[in-house]
Design a protein around this ligand. Structure first.
Ligand SMILES: *Cc1c(COP(=O)(O)O)cnc(C)c1O
Length: 358
């Protein structure tokens, strides 16, 4: 039975990448040593990390005045690192509260003593649409504006960025990193863990504009952008395997036609599912159409007991991890880069059959 994994993260990886890892695991490039045991100071790893950086630069068209860094600690680690490194002038940031992860980022900044101005929130609408900028903002008031480009739990995404005047834009791209095109130059800083669209858990990519990287007192070195720039992300032992595996996914992405290529496929995948849901009399996605995510699609029947049956029967049919986040309930299909169109077609066939029987 073919298995399709719709998990929200860690998530499905491309089959050819898994095969490559398997074949190369005992002996990296004929060295007689595994990627799991080589030194991060070796020439082999130096090539791996620098190639991964170059591939990110190529894929996202990262301008020369940006640094590409690898951290540990996930998106959650960056919820602390970003305010510690960037909220140094006004000690005040703006935030659009588009969902769980945006709100968590705001809480962490506030926890570090930063003044967090929530400009708008769609919490009252259960985050079924994106908050809009209520008024123009200025860098005279804020160190940066934090947005979550894709709301993993709620299933919304900014396909066009909010107006932010001259305020530095910080984007949490964790769940649509290289799944749809953004212009890096629109942001001062982008971050995201790779475990959704780009690799296994363990590494977080940060892309930051050079003028934002400076010495700040009292930043823990493990979160210090200046130190990581100086040491090429090897201030301490980096997550060697995760960077290696991510490098393989980046090569695979290039073979898919880069981000433009994969975005076209992601649009096809999500449309197939949304079209089905919009025409279904049993299943429903209640997200405002223009704000719908390409990568995370929550949906429900009117009955939580029936939802349980859907998840169970889907699991038995090889369609795994469709349970929605506990805060939303129902089902959620995560359609990240490595989910093939056939996986979504199999899901739609399954749901359609289920609907006929119920
Ligand atoms: C998953 C996720 C996070 C948290 O990432 P971790 O790597 O688990 O810390 C943050 N933001 C968004 C949008 C996410 O989807």
């Amino acid at each position: 039975m073919t298995v399709y994994n719709f998990a929200a993260g860690p998530a499905t990886l491309p089959d050819p990448v898994i095969q490559h890892i398997q074949e190369e695991l005992p002996s990296l490039q004929g060295s007689g040593m595994s990627i799991l045991e080589i030194s991060h100071r070796s020439q082999m790893f130096d090539d791996i990390i620098n190639t991964a950086k170059q591939d990110i630069k190529d894929l996202m068209h990262v301008p020369d005045n940006y640094h590409i860094l690898f951290f540990q600690g996930g998106g959650t680690g960056q919820f602390a690192a970003v305010p510690l490194n960037l909220a140094t002038n006004h000690h005040k940031i703006a935030l659009l509260d588009s969902g769980h992860w945006a709100s968590r980022a705001g809480d962490e900044a506030a926890n570090l003593g930063v003044d967090v101005d929530v400009l708008a929130s769609t919490k009252e609408q259960h985050y079924t649409e994106l908050p809009k900028m209520p008024h123009p903002i200025s860098s005279a008031d804020y160190d940066y504006l934090h947005i979550t480009t894709n709301n993993t739990i709620e299933g919304t995404a900014y396909h066009t960025l909010p107006e932010h005047g001259d305020v530095t834009l910080v984007g949490d791209l964790s769940s649509n990193f290289m799944a749809e095109e953004y212009n890096v130059q629109d942001f001062g800083l982008i971050f995201g863990g790779v475990q959704k669209n780009l690799g296994p858990a363990g590494v977080t990519i940060v892309i930051v504009r050079d003028d934002l990287v400076k010495h700040v007192d009292h930043v823990p070195t493990i979160l210090d952008y200046e130190k990581f720039v100086k040491k090429n992300s090897m201030f301490n032992t980096p997550p060697v395997f995760a960077i290696y595996a991510t490098g393989l996914v980046l090569k695979w992405l290039k073979d898919q036609g880069g981000i433009a290529g994969i975005e076209a496929i992601n649009r096809k995948k999500s449309s197939l599912l949304y079209d089905f849901l919009d025409n279904s009399e049993l299943f429903n996605n209640n997200i405002k159409k223009s704000d719908r995510s390409l990568t995370n699609v929550p949906f429900k029947t009117p009955d939580p007991e029936l939802d349980k049956q859907v998840i169970q029967a889907a699991d038995e049919a090889g369609l795994k991890n469709l349970k929605g986040h506990r805060s939303v309930g129902g089902m959620r299909a995560s359609l990240y880069n490595a989910m093939p169109l056939e996986g979504v077609a199999a899901l739609v066939d399954f749901l359609s059959d289920f609907e006929k029987q119920h």
